[in-house]
Design a protein around this ligand. Sequence first.
Ligand code: SAH
Length: 301
Amino acid sequence: MNSTKPRLFPTGFEVHKTPMTTLSLPPGDWPTMEPGWVWLCGAGPGDPGLLTLHGLNALGQADVIVHDALVDPRILDWANPAAERIHAGKRGGKPSAKQRDISLQLIDLARAGKRVLRLKGGDPFVFGRGGEEGQTLVQHGVPIRIIPGITAGIGGLAYAGIPVTHRDVNQAVTFVTGHDRTGGTTAVDWASIARGSQVIVIYMGMSNLAEICADIMAAGRSGDEPVAILAHATLPEQQVLETTLAKAAEDAAKASLAAPAVICIGRAALLRQALDWQSLAMGRELRDLDPLGIGRPAEDG
Ligand code: SAH
């Protein structure tokens, strides 16, 4: 018999299986995908449950799905089984000529009268070249719809128990790429970001991590400042490294953390000690309910 007592924090990370038939959309008006259109859609950071309902609606209608390496295969399993799947496998560091090929392929597919779903990791407009892709499409007369997604720099942090804003920590957050058009970090004004943003969330920063941390410290941020690095965030293979600005590059190498990873610099990372809900769900104690040392209830004042 099922216990009727609510269990807020089950021990073990429990899941329940949902049969495929219940995956249909809730009642309502859902946009229809017309032939010749391309829908640029974010798939979220990894965990398939973070796809939006508009994304699910698109998966059910598309004739062709052109997806990134970062899109979880379980999400593609929700597509119409008749849909063609094309892996556009761009991975950091490759020259951008490939990007143009992807866009041109989308144009060809649309012109062939297909309903095209371009599925990208996270949000299509956050360091995902969705803006460029969308522009190329409309410049060629192909109509588009944009479906936002949960970006790794917000959703990934949330899964690790790190709020991107918190009144006792920051009034601003900066999302920045650690890998610009040149493959380096020269286009980024790290000194201004270090001075102007208490919390810095870096995408694609792993290969330049040592240089980035050095630039941020050179601009006056303390080497003791907390840093959290989240690899494969929101997925079962998620790894979270808690370190400091001075030690981040060395610790990341020791832990063999690999891309995709987001890096969170700032005191927000400390809040994981209180908000690591995944550990809680696995039956562990939270480490510190007041990691900022505020000494009053979190919502006082
Ligand atoms: N459009 C995506 C970002 C694409 S750039 C978004 O909105 O999330 C690719 C970078 O995103 C990776 O190098 C990494 O920094 C980050 N990223 C994407 N998925 C991630 C994940 N599951 N865990 C950690 N970082 C991730």
